[in-house]
Design a protein around this ligand. Structure first.
Ligand code: SAH
Ligand code: SF4
Ligand code: F3S
Length: 467
């Protein structure tokens, strides 16, 4: 292993699954460039933050964190900011945190190897002068090191690498589409992740086969909006729609489960439900964020669908052969959201019967169109609506999860909770189903076993392995 302390890196990741998977690719890229990953900031020559900017003054939190690490600068450590805050704040980061040397958004990760060389070369040029025998060393004027990758919405390329360092040996992500062209009025993503660009289906399938060869059995296809996947493959007949790609990944020998996230309701086609119906490896779970149940708010959010159109998609799923578990994201307190609008969101929760809802208070974000709207709903009222919504959803889930008592589901064994003497399992519907098993029949992590549900909670199930 390299003894060069500058060729060690520490990487911390915030944000969504896209960011988590980007980090796996970034780690693989660095390892391939001769770097070694370390577990603490103290041990690292290069400290990297892969940041998220989705809400709650995210950039301020990143600056606070960078400030905490200023003290390490004297030890010659280099700092890099990656991800959505990097793209959003750009060169401003150097002004506010002058000890940062690298600022790189996700649309520029393919250039990381060159950027690392730039960093290393700048480091050599800036190396302090040798201490002379006669007298104190003259401090050399250091020019700050500034390496940037801020391609923004210009690139047409995806970040593909053969060196992805996946952290889990059984289930892994594959990016199929990067960026977003939807421009929902509250959202930073189109500004932080660049324009929509899809990988070829050939390349996605090759990666899926490679993962299957390595022993992976579960694949999750990723994109901010997987439904607007457009296969750029030039071969006649080679182009696949998203549903066709999904089915093809599900048919890769060795793959037992395929998930996908996130779906945008506008582009969610019936063919996706048909694919789930006909390919048993496609998981019976769809995350279809609705954001609001009110047409007035959906319009202001520029979501490009109505409550009625959304419910039509839900009806397609409810008519599927297998019961499809549906989950969602909701924003409360969007500018102009009235009590009536909010009541419509609550009634939508009742109507759909979600298995999980991720709910957020509206948070004004830089660059977004809704920033120009007055954020008139006080935080206290947003918090109240959030609480009401969560309480209603909790009741819905209590009733929904109860139904599973006495049924047997296949789970993938994800780990062991020693403190509770339980195994951690996940069903095809993406529900956590923890379970006990006789010591003599202890299952292997990564295996699939049948489990009978005996107790239900609002967010998970508990059961016994069927032996
Ligand atoms: N591409 C996905 C969502 C990405 S962001 C989609 O279109 O569904 C994840 C979730 O964060 C969103 O679904 C939304 O509910 C929430 N979110 C995004 N911007 C937000 C903001 N400014 N304030 C509050 N919540 C926000
Ligand atoms: Fe953001 Fe909308 Fe794009 Fe999702 S679809 S990433 S919410 S702009
Ligand atoms: Fe956050 Fe960027 Fe993902 S803003 S949610 S890390 S796309």
């Amino acid at each position: 292993m390299s003894g060069d302390p500058h060729k060690t890196f520490y990487l911390e990741t915030f944000g969504c699954q896209m960011n988590a998977h980007d980090s796996e690719k970034v780690i693989g890229t660095l390892l391939n460039e001769g770097y070694r990953q370390v577990e603490t900031v103290e041990e690292a020559g290069l400290v990297l933050y892969n940041t998220c900017s989705i809400r709650d003054k995210a950039e301020q939190k990143v600056f606070n964190r960078l400030n905490d690490y200023k003290k390490y600068q004297k030890q010659g450590k280099k700092f890099g900011v990656l991800g959505c805050v990097a793209q959003q704040e750009g060169e401003k980061i150097f002004e506010r945190a002058p000890h940062v040397s690298l600022v790189c958004g996700s649309a520029s990760y393919r250039n990381l190897p060159q950027m690392l060389v730039q960093l290393e070369n700048a480091q050599l040029e800036n190396a302090p002068m040798e201490t002379g025998k006669s007298g104190p060393p003259k401090p050399k004027a250091r020019s700050p090191i500034r390496v940037t990758g801020l391609d923004d919405r210009e690139t047409d390329e995806c970040f593909e690498t053969e060196f992805t360092a996946r952290t889990n040996p059984h289930r892994g992500y594959i990016t199929i589409i990067e960026g977003c062209d939807k421009f929902c009025s509250y959202c930073v993503v189109p500004f932080t992740r660049g324009k929509e660009r899809s990988r070829t289906s050939d390349s996605v399938l090759a990666e899926a086969r490679q993962m299957a060869d390595l022993g992976y059995t579960e694949i999750q296809l990723l994109g901010q909006n997987v439904n607007s996947y457009k296969d750029p493959a030039g071969k006649p007949g080679g182009k696949k729609t998203f549903a066709e790609l999904l089915a093809a990944v599900g048919e890769v020998p060795g793959i037992r489960r395929v998930r996908f996230t996130t779906s945008h309701p506008r582009d969610f086609g019936r063919d996706i439900v048909e694919a789930i119906d006909s390919v048993p490896t496609l998981c019976d779970h769809v995350h279809l964020p609705v954001q609001s149940g009110s047409n007035h708010v959906l319009g202001a959010m520029q979501r490009l669908y109505t409550r009625e159109q959304y419910l039509e998609r839900i009806a397609w799923m409810k008519a599927a052969k297998r019961e499809i578990s549906i989950t969602s994201d909701v924003i409360v307190g969007f500018p102009g959201e009235t009590e009536e609008d909010f009541a419509e969101t609550l009634s939508l929760l009742d109507e759909v019967g979600y298995d999980a809802v991720f709910s957020f208070k509206y948070s004004p974000r830089p660059n977004t169109p809704s920033l120009a709207l007055e954020d008139a709903i006080p935080d206290q009222e947003k918090a109240r609506r959030l609480e009401v919504l969560m309480a209603r959803q909790r009741e819905i889930q209590i009733a929904r999860y109860k139904k599973y008592i006495g049924t047997v589901s296949e789970v993938m064994v994800e780990g062991r909770n020693e403190a509770r003497s339980q195994w951690i399992g996940r069903t095809s519907q993406n529900k956590t189903l923890n379970f006990t098993a006789p010591a003599l029949a202890a299952p292997k992590v990564g295996s699939y076993v049948p489990v009978m549900t005996t107790i239900s909670f609002p967010n998970s199930l508990l059961g016994e392995m069927v032996v």
